[in-house]
Design a binder for this molecule. Structure first.
Ligand code: DGJ
Length: 728
């Protein structure tokens, strides 16, 4: 049983394959957090907690000066009655008071896992796959129930957490802060690792020691954002790729989020995560409830690589859904960087024809096919085909692509509205806005108010009409600005600060409806590249355009950083033209191909402008990708060399049965009089004899692991090597 309760000791023990999480009902019903870490059999020692009389830490029980919430490790800390650290939640009562006092009320353990209302979450296919604990806490004065949920997924080594608030009293309550979870560690000997960046520079890894005080990773942009990802890991100082304790946290949410890590006066660390309380509140009328997003927690003592593979396995099979969850993804060509808005059907059909000759399987028509959209100033919201450009409509063009033997895909940006559009003329109040304030435009566009049902319904209708009208196999769902003037014409004054979260709930509703109504379509999300690369969106769309930056060197860092949490099967990666359109760097076609082939492979350039020799290389790349994509997309991913540490990068994927592997090695700048080195492989079977495909060589797994493959000497900059290993 992964979850147990001992009624004598009043302790809950939650166990995954490798971790234990222990909670105790302590002193008059406070929920104490006793332990989270390497799996243990007994709950005794962790419960033997230091209790001291501490100055300036008030005592709820006058008879016990050693008891203070300020020094107690807690499961879900309140605000206002002696704990001065950052609380997990805060509620305002009708009388204006913001104090809460939660005490244990009840628990329930059950097989399986319930869906979170209106929110994406990890799912089970059978109840046997999970066990769930719900602990109900209660505030007697406010009549507020808080239900903490913990799910253990059998075979996945993760704990999933979320929280539900229920107003079971007569008066209104306002949630000012409602985080998904809290965990109190009894030391601070950690490095904090997170993913940060900007447009075209997403998910770079930063690792810094925790310091006394609060460190915050967050987004206030209305989206999970390019700038910060809803992920944080706490790693022991000695933890590296392969060894050491790491705790990973990832919020299944696509909007404003916060991750707090507070190191207190006794060098304990409080971590709490969830929806960002900044500019947020939520009114709970009598009987109403509020569900927080889910957080995935991974503990390992085998380093960052093991943490990543745990996230990857879970996300590939119990977060992503639909037909493409288990299917290799088509190799695509997208016309965006080939043509931008400057195209007609003849021009792009020529690209599709050449792509077919190269073995490419899907043609994607990007921005510019609808309304009157000849540049980025108009027509978002007018989701009907531009008959000037496509006299025969999308159906005719899709048919022409299909006749070439290729699938057809289409770009949308459904959450947006251009001021120059029919939709805006008809419904000027359908955008997010605040009365008496000018709307700020971003990329010449405003954001539709998805907190409104009629707006969501209209989006569903417009997108569905197009999807029904033509043989469309793939959709790229884009979103190209962040929120400003966050307010809704439909919400009452005291609910205005609900707008940003209601928008995300509306978005999830729209995505759920559209993706389940068109189960055969492969959906790829995008937000100016990887501005919304988060598990919330992956629940609806199994892949994301990783970055608008397709420069092969930049992509090493972007894809390496992304892989800390998200599997290669989720990363869209394309070969584009040189000089690169973002950086103007000229890299080799060989390296561009190898970097892109490490994710969901595609091209984004005009193939007709290439030389015969380049097209021959592309043919070979496409053929190779078809042979290895089952492993790169669905194998276990190992990072070998970090682009954040030097001139070389390397990673590899190993098939689940360890019979096959693909190893990638990249060297950015050439070196004179090269220093010869070997590349030590990971994750393969030490006993297997592996053939190096096309090299007539074979080596035992132990030699490949401990001695390593000699890295061939190549002259010039931007070189790469791909090895394929097959067990004999
Ligand atoms: C931003 C995306 O990231 C690009 O790939 C492209 O689809 C453009 N939008 C189109 O406007």
């Amino acid at each position: 049983m992964p979850i147990s309760f001992d009624s004598n000791t009043k302790r809950f023990h939650i166990s995954t394959v490798n971790s234990s999480y222990i909670i105790e009902i302590f002193k008059s019903g406070y929920l104490r957090h006793n332990y989270y870490g390497k799996r243990v059999k007994s709950t005794e020692l962790a419960s033997n907690y230091f209790l001291e009389d501490r100055a300036f830490s008030p005592n709820p029980d006058v008879l016990d000066k050693t008891f203070s919430l300020d020094t107690l490790p807690q499961e879900y800390p309140s605000y206002g009655n002696s704990d001065y650290r950052v609380p997990a939640f805060q509620v305002q009562a009708e009388d204006g008071g913001t104090i809460t006092d939660l005490r244990y009320k009840a628990y329930r353990i059950y097989k399986g896992k319930e869906k979170l209302e209106g929110l994406p979450s990890i799912y089970v296919e059978k109840d046997e796959e999970a066990e769930t604990l719900e602990i109900t806490l209660f505030d007697e004065v406010l009549k507020l129930q808080v239900i903490l949920t913990y799910t253990v997924m059998e075979g996945f080594d993760v704990i999933l957490r979320s929280t539900r608030f229920i107003n079971s009293g007569e008066s209104k309550l306002k949630l000012l802060r409602a985080l998904s979870m809290n965990v109190d560690f009894d030391d601070a000997d950690f490095d904090l690792i997170h993913l940060w960046g900007a447009w075209a520079r997403e998910r770079h890894i930063e690792r810094k020691p925790l310091f006394a005080g609060t460190q915050i990773i967050d987004s206030k942009r209305g989206a999970s954002s390019h700038q910060h990802n809803p992920f944080m890991a706490l790693a022991r100082k000695n933890a590296d790729e392969d060894n050491g304790e790491v705790y990973g946290f990832n919020i299944v949410y696509s909007g404003n989020f916060i991750i707090d890590a507070e190191v207190d006066q006794f060098l304990n660390t409080r971590v709490n995560l969830g929806i960002n309380p900044f500019d947020f509140s939520w009114l709970l009328e009598k009987g109403e409830s509020f569900q927080t997003p889910e957080v995935v927690m991974v503990y390992t003592d085998k380093g960052l690589g093991d943490m990543s593979r745990t996230f990857h396995r879970l996300y590939r099979s119990r977060l992503c859904r639909g037909k493409y969850r288990d299917e290799v993804r088509p190799i695509l060509i997208n016309n965006w960087e080939a043509t931008y808005f400057d195209f007609d059907p003849q021009k792009i059909e020529k690209i599709a024809i050449t792509a077919k000759e190269m073995g490419i399987e899907l043609f994607v028509l990007d921005d510019g096919w609808f309304g009157n959209r000849t540049d980025d100033k108009t027509s978002l919201g007018d989701w009907f085909v531009d008959k000037n450009r496509f006299p025969g409509g999308i159906e005719d063009f899709a048919d022409r692509v299909n006749k070439q033997g290729m699938k057809f895909g289409l770009w949308f940006e459904p959450e947006m509205i251009s001021k120059t559009s029919n939709l805006y003329s008809e419904h000027p109040d359908w955008c997010l806005h605040v009365p008496n304030r000018e709307n700020t435009e971003g990329r010449n566009q405003l954001i539709l108010d998805l907190s409104r049902d009629e707006v969501c319904d209209q989006i569903i209708k417009m997108v569905s009409d197009i999807l029904k009208s033509a043989p469309i196999s793939y959709v790229k769902w884009d979103m190209n600005r962040h929120m400003t003037e966050i307010g809704s014409a439909k919400l009452s004054i005291d609910r205005q600060r609900e707008t940003a979260h209601r928008y995300i709930l509306g978005l999830y509703k729209v995505m759920e409806k559209i993706t389940t109504s068109f189960p055969d379509i492969l959906f790829e999300s995008c937000s100016g590249g990887g501005g919304r690369f988060d598990p919330g969106i992956l629940y609806y769309m199994p892949q994301t355009w990783t970055s608008d930056d397709t420069d092969a060197v930049e992509r090493l860092k972007i894809q390496y950083g992304t892989s800390l949490v998200y599997p290669p099967s989720a990363m869209g990666a394309h070969v584009s033209a040189v000089p690169n359109h973002v950086l103007e760097r000229v890299t080799s076609l060989e390296m561009r191909g190898a970097v892109a082939m490490s994710g969901n492979f595609g091209y984004e350039l005009d193939l007709n402008k290439l030389t015969n020799e380049e097209r021959e290389i592309i043919k070979q790349q496409v053929a190779l990708c078809k042979q290895i994509r089952g492993i790169t997309e669905y194998g276990d991913f190992y990072r070998l060399k970090s682009p954040f540490e030097g001139n070389e990068t390397s990673w590899m994927s190993v098939s689940p049965d360890k019979k096959e592997a693909v190893v990638f090695y990249f060297k950015v700048l050439g070196e004179p009089n090269v220093i010869n080195r070997r590349l030590k492989l990971k994750g393969i079977n030490l006993e297997n004899n592996y053939e190096i495909v096309n090299e007539e060589l074979s080596y035992l797994g132990d030699e490949l692991t401990y001695v390593g493959l000699p890295i061939p000497y190549k002259t010039g900059d931007f070189t790469s090597v791909i090895w394929r290993l097959k067990a004999k």
